[in-house]
Design a protein around this ligand. Structure first.
Ligand code: MN
Length: 311
């Protein structure tokens, strides 16, 4: 299905309920806010399902579009890779349409617009709105810039294409305030998060000239930083920032005597094989496991296992 065929489908239907995914990120929320605005400008009735997990930071972007679920709505999913990703409280089997960029999307909705080459769903939604309404509003451009930039880590992740930059440039032409958004999305964290990072960095241990690095997050550190789960996004990527690093281990104490580990590698060490030995798994470059061990013990066990398969 092409973007223009999907735009035709949207023109033919009405009364949309837009669905974002569980643990919603900038892409699903920014795409939903912009698409809801675009559909309304195209004369349609559209609301966003009030996903209960939207964090404070993103609430002002989507909350104005929240509306109730009712009988007979056309359920339109954005950035939702599968029914297991449905927002909390929403029943499976009710999707009508889906716009997505996850290549693994199984086609759970009767009609899906899928482009697995895009770094973000926001880029597809941008094209859809322009087909429906001609131009983007500044507000839509801001929401879509949020979608595009967050899914590629501000144009740093490996999924960033020349097209991703072109989409961002176009959104800036349409009024997106990249300066303000980049600062608030990528250069600002909570005070607790910053204190927590400091404690994590002071636990760093480097081996093999920094090619192998470990760090821990204990319950005591969480308490000292005044950190909550909201402050713990992507902690696993912190130790791997050491220059020349090939494998990093972050172990987090979940409860006394129970810890969770995340391993990140450049691919030369198979993280999933190491984690499989502890009952975990994942991908070659990113895996995890949970064990009935304290953080120090689990770190030692994992470093030993990594040393055995070191290339
Ligand atoms: Mn996405």
């Amino acid at each position: 299905m092409t973007v223009s065929e999907f735009a035709d489908t949207l023109r033919q239907r009405d009364d949309f309920l837009i669905l974002t995914h569980t643990r919603p990120d900038g892409d699903t929320l920014g795409s939903a806010a912009a698409l809801c605005s675009g559909l309304r400008r195209a004369g349609k009735t559209a609301v966003i399902y009030p996903n209960p997990e939207v964090t404070e930071h993103y609430l002002p972007m989507v909350a104005p579009y929240f509306g109730p679920e009712r009988e007979g709505q056309c359920v339109l999913c954005v950035d939702v890779a599968g029914e297991e990703m449905f927002p909390k409280g929403f029943r499976r089997g009710k999707a009508d349409l889906c716009v997505d960029h996850h290549a693994k999307n199984p086609g759970f909705a009767p009609l899906t617009l899928l482009d697995g080459d895009k770094a973000s769903c926001g880029e597809i939604v941008m094209e859809l709105i322009e087909l429906l309404c001609g131009e983007l509003t500044k507000e839509e451009a801001d929401s879509l810039y949020t979608a595009v930039s967050t899914d590629c880590g501000c144009f740093v992740y490996g999924n960033t294409r020349a097209d991703t930059h072109r989409a961002a440039a176009h959104l800036m032409d349409c009024g997106a305030d990249a300066k303000r958004l980049n600062k608030s999305l990528f250069r600002s964290v909570s005070y607790s998060r910053l204190v927590l990072e400091g404690l994590i960095f002071s636990s760093l241990r480097a081996m093999k000239d920094g090619q192998l690095v470990s760090a821990t997050v204990t319950l005591d550190m969480m308490k000292r930083a005044g950190a909550t789960e909201d402050d713990c996004d992507d902690l696993a990527s912190l130790p791997g920032r050491v220059r020349g690093n090939r494998a990093s281990v972050l172990v987090r104490e979940l409860a006394p005597g129970r810890s969770k580990a995340s391993i990140r590698t450049d691919g030369s060490v198979d993280a999933s094989a190491v984690c499989a030995r502890f009952g975990g798994g994942g991908h070659k470059m990113a895996s995890g496991c949970t064990a009935d061990l304290g953080p120090e013990e689990l770190t030692e066990a994992l470093l030993g296992a990594i040393a055995e398969v070191w290339p």
